[in-house]
Design a protein around this ligand. Structure first.
Ligand code: NI
Length: 268
């Protein structure tokens, strides 16, 4: 079925996400059991700044569907750049797209990425649902290991391709768990492991945003020459606070997102 509308695209993204991230479905079910209203704060997507796959190319289906560019973020150490987009309907998830700055990596890494990108049929990246197309190239375990030496992020995108890296529960909309501390304790008491890089809670009321996340679950992924069990996706939780003008802060905090990216690192 050809996907041409935003609701169909978001639906496809969620189904694909819980399929490879069964932990997210378990967290969702746990909260849903308490009759919680589970809204998505944002969906995070990853790409490379290759001209065919840049943020601006990946953002097209969202811009065509009523989203607007609202802010950008720099992650110097991880060599990433990101933009976030918002829809006029506040119940729609924000879209956060990051790209790896390829020119800051070795010729070897660039050679692998260019080889992968060249496998994508011409123009396929412009299809409305390319962002949920999955992995559009063949990649070997050696490519994956070589990329991993320089960037966990590059290895993740090479292995998983185009699909959500994470969905994010909007904590404010929860009733029993509208405090991030209480939510975190509840998740841990139910056996979920949280990313503790930089502390379990990233950000604070002072920066109008608190975030936490599960660690990515490891899944078995097929490569062109074998299989590897590697970190896949994680589930995030975001609590937003009002700014001085009384409006809920809708942006992101680079220092917090920087640590959250590590939820898919090897050896967590
Ligand atoms: Ni996020």
């Amino acid at each position: 079925m050809t996907i041409k509308t935003l609701p169909a695209l978001l639906d496809k993204m969620w189904k694909d996400y819980v399929e490879i991230n069964p932990l997210a479905q378990k967290v969702y079910d746990l909260l849903a059991k308490d009759d919680e209203q589970i809204l998505n704060d944002h969906i995070a997507l990853r790409t490379f700044n290759h001209p065919r796959l840049s943020i601006d190319v990946m953002a097209k289906p969202f811009l065509e569907s009523g989203y607007k560019y609202m802010g950008d973020y720099h992650f110097t150490e991880k060599k990433l750049y990101a933009k976030h987009f918002e829809h006029a309907d506040e119940k729609m998830p924000k879209i956060f797209i990051s790209e790896l700055l390829l020119e800051q990596f070795s010729p070897e890494l660039n050679k692998i990425i260019n080889r992968l990108v060249n496998e994508i049929p011409a123009g396929k990246e412009n299809e409305f649902d390319f962002i949920s197309a999955g992995r559009p190239w063949k990649v070997s375990t050696k490519d994956y290991q070589d990329l991993l030496k320089e960037s966990d992020y590059a290895a993740w995108v090479a292995a998983f391709g185009y699909r959500p890296n994470h969905f994010t529960v909007f904590i404010n909309a929860l009733k029993k768990f509208s405090d991030i501390n209480i939510l975190n304790e509840y998740l841990k008491s139910n056996g979920f492991k949280l990313n503790s890089s930089g502390g379990e809670i990233k950000g604070s009321k002072d920066v109008c945003l608190e975030q936490s996340s599960t660690l990515a679950n490891n899944i078995e992924v097929s490569f062109s020459d074998g299989k590897l069990t590697i970190p896949a996706c994680y589930y995030e939780f975001a609590k937003r606070y009002p700014m001085q003008n009384g409006k809920l802060y809708q942006g992101f905090v680079a220092a917090s997102a920087d640590k959250i990216f590590e939820s898919t690192n090897q050896g967590q």
